[in-house]
Design a protein around this ligand. Structure first.
Ligand code: COA
Length: 388
């Protein structure tokens, strides 16, 4: 080990390490704030739309009327996916693959149909990003329809992003309220600093690989329950609890057995995730409007939040608070989005964040290539196999 450097500081989980400058989003994890391009998430959730947020993330400013119409036109007319991609989805559905595995593979296949795949300048990347933004929701809806034995529904060019997604899922035009809920979910998941999947995307893009490959890396990384998979896990957790009455013993048992409460805690937010607050308020409205399953889940979630916060505080952990994944399962249930699809819907939303980050990063690209610190032996004697 004589040639090894002295032991460096190892940033496990890259915690606290900055890898780029960004203008896209800012998370103030102490004061519960999230901004896209300087705009507060609370304002964007109420006054904006996913389409406008997408424009903002690609062009770093809010659109003027005419250019916004052009942007939406290109987005809306790019929604259809090739028949071959539908056939691939059909095959994977018949193998009972998880929607995230199907989505990852379908986006990878979709790349081969893009005539600009190998063109890497900013304008081409924005065009490809918009096509991805348009098509990922179509793939998600197709996965859902085929897995239910239903025919896929072709996208319509005259519907808004969230409206068209729900239309492709369920075959009827959603109400204004349903569209608003879906649009809010899309906006809240659009972009979120240097999260694991965005990092995976820029690592891929930093090798000058293409933007589809970067999105495939993002999808693959989002899949895990410590990241995008948390909402699905939170849903099953609420189902397991079953009733607000059961929350208290359930929490005590979970903490005793060192089980994580899904949808709580965050690497950056050490206060209430502002997106969770927006979702919770929307869920309250959903619960009173819909009753039934969404209301039941909402009551369990509220009680779980109350008891878990109390127990965490007693352990001196006031920093473990609900994150967005805690409160999305209620809204998804109201929109008839099944739990195995939650992460795929998240991926459809985050496609804008991944692609915008890749475009921003590669504008001033540097290959991402960190170091690992070798702790094994050196200069070992090689012994031929029949002498071992
Ligand atoms: C998101 C998460 C991975 C952050 O992890 P982290 O940065 O390592 O968390 P911290 O350093 O703040 O705290 C780690 C400790 O806090 C505790 N902790 C953190 N989140 C917890 C949770 N949701 N439930 C119970 N205990 C939790 C654990 O004791 C953990 O210690 P351990 O590693 O010995 O088990 C973590 O909070 C978690 O697993 N949450 C549940 C999954 C989830 O909701 N993910 C979505 C994030 S948007």
């Amino acid at each position: 080990m004589s040639s090894s450097p002295s032991r460096p500081q190892i940033a496990k989980g890259l915690e606290g390490i900055y890898v780029m400058e960004t203008r896209l989003s800012y998370i103030d994890g102490i004061n519960s704030r999230l901004y896209y391009l300087g705009y507060r998430i609370e304002d964007l959730a109420v006054f904006s739309s996913y389409e406008e947020v997408a424009f903002l993330l690609y062009f770093y400013r809010l659109p003027k009327k005419e250019e916004f119409e052009l942007f939406k036109g290109f987005l809306y007319e790019s929604r259809a996916i090739p028949g071959d991609v539908i056939e691939l989805i059909r095959k994977m559905v018949s193998r009972k693959a998880h929607p995230m595995d199907i989505l990852r593979t379908a986006v990878s296949y979709l790349a081969t149909f893009d005539p600009e795949l190998g063109v890497g300048d900013r304008e081409a990347n924005i065009r490809k990003a918009i096509r991805l933004l348009a098509r990922v929701p179509t793939i998600v809806a197709t996965i859902y329809r085929l897995s239910r034995g239903l025919d896929p529904i072709e996208p319509r060019e005259d519907l808004r992003h969230a409206e068209n997604f729900l239309y492709m899922m369920h075959g009827k035009i959603p109400t204004e309220f349903e569209t608003k809920v879906m649009d809010t979910i899309f906006i809240l998941h659009a972009e979120h600093g240097m999260n694991a999947s965005s990092f995976a995307s820029i690592v891929t893009a930093s090798t000058l690989s293409d933007i589809y490959s970067a999105v495939v890396s993002g999808i693959a990384t989002l899949k895990g329950p410590l990241h995008g998979g948390a909402a699905e896990a939170a849903y099953y957790q609420f189902k397991e609890i079953g009733d607000p009455e059961n929350v208290e013993p359930w929490v005590k048992e979970a903490l005793k057995t060192k089980r994580r409460i899904m949808g709580m805690g965050h690497r950056v937010y050490k206060s209430y995730d502002p997106r969770a607050k927006i979702m919770k308020e929307l869920d309250a409205e959903i619960a009173s409007k819909y009753g039934g399953e969404p209301e039941k889940l909402y009551k369990i979630a509220v009680k779980l939040e109350e008891i878990a916060l109390r127990e965490f505080a007693a352990m001196g952990r006031t920093d473990i608070q609900p994150n967005i994944d805690f409160y999305t399962p209620i809204a998804y249930t109201a929109l008839k989005i099944v739990p195995e699809l939650f992460t795929a819907v998240f991926a459809a939303s985050r496609t804008v964040g991944w692609t915008a980050k890749v475009i921003e990063y590669t504008t001033d690209n540097r290959l991402i290539r960190p170091l690992d610190y070798y702790v094994g032996e050196l200069d070992k004697k090689y012994i031929p196999i029949n002498e071992r």
